[in-house]
Design a protein around this ligand. Structure first.
Ligand code: ADP
Length: 671
C-alpha cells in the first residue's frame, strides 16, 4: 500500500456542502429529530409552527395535529391563562432563558397525563416575524430520584434525632454539618442562632465561656486543651461534667472523608453506680481484712489456753505416780485427740489468714522435684502404713527441669495432696505421685483410688472450709488445706486443679513454672500472667505483687513486717539476682526491691537487664544498698532506679516509696 490508507487510495466524490436546498432541509430535519429534548417552535401568536420527533413522542400527538394548534394544548388547563400572558411578555422582550424559573412546570399529553418538565426558551427572529423555540425536557425520573433522596434524608434525620445521646457531624474543614436536638441542647449554650456551620473551636470556646462545663479538678483552659487534643486525635473517650453536675461521655471518631462524628452520652447514672461499687468494694475489702485480722488474732488467743489443756492432758495421761484407771485413760485420750484436732484447725486457720492477707513470705528458688517427692514420701509413710495405703512415686524423668518455688511451701502442697490421697483413699489402695514437663511448666499429680468427689461437690472444693459431703464424715479434716494450696500455688505463679469420679478416685495436680538457668534466652515462662492469679474471691480488686531480691534473711523478715501494713500485697523474696530477674520477667510484679550487693550477679547488673527487656522495662525498681559508695553513685545514675535507698533502711522513707508505687493504679496488663 506504500503507506497510503485505504481512503487515500480511493477516488473521493467532489465536495457539495449544503448548497442543495433539499439536501440541507433533510440535514436540519434530522438534526432536529435527533436532538435529545423535545423542540416546539411557535409564532408570535402562540401557534405551533414546528415540532421534532421527541415532541411528538413526549406529548403523544402526530406532527400534523400539532402544527397550527395553540401551544397551550401542551399545558394543563389550569396554567393556560397565565401562560398566554407570559408568552406575550416573552415576545415583547425576547432573550434566551429558562422558563418559569423557580416554578414547577408541567406538560400534558394527548391522553391527559400530566408530567413535570423543564423548558428553555430562545427567540428566533425570522423574516416572517419573531418565532420562539422551546426545548422541553421530561424530568419525571429526576423528580422521582429527588424525592427518593429527600426521603432517605428524612429517615436519616429522624434516626439521628431519635438517638438518645447527642449526635453531630463535622466536615473535613471542622464545621458542623449536622446535629440533633440533644446536641443542640448540650452544645448550644452560649451560642445565638444556628449551630450548623460553626467550627468546632467556635463551639467549644462559646461553651467554655458560658461556663457550660465544670472542669472538675482542672481549669477551663486545661479542659479546652484536653478536648481539642482529643478532637484532633480521638481515641477512647473524653469525660466532662456539666455545670449542673451531669457526667457526659464524649466519643469522637474520624470519618473516611476527614470529618468527625461526635456522640455525647449522659453517663451520670453509670458514674454514680461505679462510685457506689467502688465504695462497696472498699467496704468489702475492709471487712475482709478485718476478718483475716480477727481470725489471726483469735487463733493466737486460742492457742495459748489450748496449749495448757493439751499439756495438762498429756501429764495426766503419762502420770506414773498415780496412774489413771482404764476408763479415765480412755477419756483423756479423747481429750488429747480432739484437742490435737483443734490445734491443727487453729494452725491452719492462722496459715490461711496469713496467706489470704498476703502476709506470707515466699522465698523462690530452683527446686528439684525428685528430691521434694522423696522427702514427702518419707514423711507420709507412717500415715500411709496406718491407713493401709501404699505410696508409689513414679520415676521422675532424668531431664525434668527444676521448678521455681518456695521449697517449704512446695512440700506443704505435696503433703496436703498426699495426705488427702491417703485419708480419702481405699484400704490397700495406692497413692501415686507423678511428675512431667508440660511446655513451660512442670505438672505434679497425686492420684488415689479412693472415694472420689461427687460432681455436685467439685466446684467448691478449693474454697475454705468446704468438705465434700457425708462420705468425709468419719475422716478427720478441716477443709482448709486445699484453699491454702491453691493460694500458695498462685503466689508461686502456678496453678492447681483436679479430676475426680465418685467411688473411683481423684487426681489432684499442681503446675509450677520451670526454672531456666541463664535467662538470656526467650524461654522464660509467661504462662502465669498476673491476671490469672486472681481467684473469684478476689473480685475486690487486684492484689499487688512485690519481688524482693535479697540474700539476707533478716532483711527479708523486716520487709515482711513492713508490708504487713499494706492491704492485698504479696511479697516474694528471691535470694539471687539470676533467679530474681527470671521471676520478674515471668510474673511482671508491680514493684521490684533490689539489694545491690548480691552473690553472683549484682543488683546493678540485674537492673540493667530488667531495663533492657520490653516486658520488664517499665516496672519500678527500688534499690536497697549497704553504704552507698561514690563509685556506685555514678553507676546508679544511669541504672534507672525508681528510688535508691541505703541501708540501714529508714523505714519511713521506704514506706513512703512503697506507698507511692502501690497506691498508683496498676498498669494495663502487657500483651
Ligand atoms: P480436709 O481434708 O482437711 O477436709 P482439704 O481442703 O484438704 O481439707 O480438702 C477439702 C475437701 O476436699 C475434703 O474435705 C474432701 O471432701 C475433699 N478431698 C480432698 N482431697 C480428696 C481426695 N483425694 N479424694 C476425695 N476427696 C478429697
Amino acid at each position: 500500500m506504500n503507506g497510503m490508507t485505504e481512503d487515500e487510495g480511493r477516488e473521493r466524490p467532489p465536495f457539495r456542502g449544503l448548497s442543495d436546498r433539499k439536501h440541507s432541509d433533510e440535514v436540519f430535519r434530522k438534526l432536529l429529530d435527533t436532538a435529545p429534548d423535545a423542540v416546539v417552535v411557535v409564532d408570535e401568536l402562540g401557534r405551533i409552527v414546528l415540532v421534532n420527533l421527541q415532541a411528538e413522542r413526549l406529548f403523544g400527538y402526530p406532527r400534523d395535529e400539532l402544527i397550527g394548534s395553540e401551544v397551550e394544548v401542551l399545558i394543563p388547563q389550569r396554567f393556560r391563562p397565565t401562560h398566554v400572558g407570559n408568552r406575550k411578555g416573552f415576545v415583547a422582550s425576547p432573550k434566551v432563558r429558562p422558563m418559569g424559573s423557580g416554578l414547577e412546570l408541567f406538560g400534558i399529553k394527548r391522553d391527559g397525563a400530566e408530567f413535570p418538565i423543564e423548558i428553555s426558551l430562545s427567540p428566533l427572529p425570522t423574516e416572517e416575524g419573531m418565532l420562539t423555540s422551546a426545548s422541553i425536557r421530561d424530568i419525571t425520573d429526576r423528580k422521582q430520584n429527588e424525592l427518593r433522596v429527600r426521603r432517605i434524608q428524612e429517615h436519616l434525620l429522624s434516626a439521628v434525632e431519635s438517638i438518645q445521646g447527642a449526635f453531630a457531624i463535622f466536615d473535613a474543614k471542622d464545621r458542623l454539618v449536622l446535629c440533633n436536638s440533644t446536641c443542640h441542647r448540650i452544645l448550644g449554650r452560649g451560642i445565638e442562632g444556628a449551630l450548623v456551620g460553626r467550627s468546632f473551636d467556635e463551639l467549644v470556646d462559646a461553651n467554655l465561656e458560658a461556663g457550660a462545663f465544670h472542669p472538675s479538678g482542672t481549669s477551663a483552659t486545661d479542659l479546652r486543651l484536653r478536648w481539642v487534643a482529643y478532637h484532633r486525635e480521638p481515641t477512647g473517650v473524653l469525660d466532662v461534667r456539666t455545670r449542673e453536675g451531669h457526667d457526659l461521655r464524649i466519643v469522637e471518631r474520624r470519618t473516611p472523608e476527614g470529618g468527625t462524628v461526635m456522640t455525647i452520652w449522659d453517663v451520670t447514672e453509670e458514674v454514680e453506680h461505679e462510685q457506689e461499687l467502688r465504695r462497696a468494694r472498699a467496704l468489702a475489702e475492709a471487712a475482709n481484712s478485718a476478718k483475716s485480722e480477727f481470725l489471726a488474732s483469735m487463733s493466737h488467743e486460742l492457742r495459748t489456753p489450748l496449749n495448757a489443756i493439751l499439756g495438762f492432758a498429756q501429764l495426766l495421761h503419762r502420770d506414773k505416780k498415780t496412774p489413771l484407771s482404764d476408763r479415765h485413760r480412755e477419756r483423756i485420750e479423747h481429750v488429747l485427740k480432739e484437742g490435737e484436732h483443734l490445734l491443727r484447725l487453729i494452725d491452719e486457720i492462722l496459715d490461711l489468714s496469713r496467706v489470704e492477707s498476703g502476709r506470707v513470705l515466699l522465698s523462690l528458688e530452683p527446686v528439684g522435684v525428685a528430691q521434694a517427692l522423696a522427702e514427702v514420701r518419707t514423711t507420709l509413710e507412717p500415715m500411709a502404713t496406718r491407713a493401709d495405703v501404699e505410696i508409689a512415686v513414679r520415676p521422675v524423668p532424668q531431664d525434668l527441669p527444676d521448678v521455681l518455688a518456695d521449697y517449704t511451701r512446695f512440700k506443704q502442697i505435696l503433703m496436703n495432696y498426699g495426705s488427702n490421697a491417703i485419708k480419702y483413699g481405699r484400704r490397700r489402695g495406692t497413692a501415686t505421685f507423678r511428675a512431667a514437663l508440660r511446655g513451660d511448666v512442670v505438672r505434679i499429680c497425686v492420684a488415689d483410688d479412693g472415694i472420689g468427689i461427687a460432681e455436685g461437690q467439685q466446684e467448691r472444693i478449693f474454697q475454705p472450709f468446704h468438705r465434700a459431703g457425708r462420705d468425709t464424715g468419719a475422716i478427720e479434716g478441716t477443709g482448709i488445706g486445699l484453699a491454702i494450696t491453691k493460694r500458695l500455688a498462685e503466689l508461686m505463679g502456678g496453678r492447681v486443679g483436679f479430676q475426680s469420679r465418685e467411688g473411683q478416685g481423684s487426681e489432684f495436680w499442681i503446675e509450677l513454672p520451670v526454672h531456666h538457668p541463664g535467662v538470656e534466652g526467650p524461654g522464660v515462662s509467661r504462662a502465669e500472667a498476673r491476671s490469672e492469679d486472681a481467684s473469684p474471691a478476689e473480685a475486690q480488686g487486684p492484689r499487688r505483687l512485690i519481688v524482693y531480691i535479697e540474700d539476707n534473711p533478716s532483711s527479708c523478715a523486716l520487709m515482711e513486717d513492713l508490708l504487713a501494713d499494706f492491704e492485698r500485697v504479696d511479697l516474694i523474696t528471691v535470694p539471687s539476682a539470676e533467679v530474681g530477674i527470671e521471676l520478674v520477667r515471668a510474673r511482671r510484679p508491680d514493684l521490684v526491691i533490689m539489694d545491690i550487693h548480691l552473690p553472683g550477679m549484682s543488683g546493678l547488673e540485674a537492673t540493667r537487664r530488667l531495663r533492657g527487656w520490653p516486658e520488664t522495662s517499665a516496672i519500678p525498681i527500688i534499690a536497697l544498698s549497704a553504704a552507698a559508695m561514690v563509685s556506685d553513685a555514678e553507676r546508679v545514675e544511669d541504672a534507672g532506679f525508681y528510688r535508691y535507698l541505703t541501708k540501714p533502711v529508714r523505714v519511713d522513707e521506704l514506706a513512703r516509696a512503697l506507698e507511692e508505687v502501690l497506691m498508683a493504679p496498676p498498669p494495663a496488663p502487657a500483651e
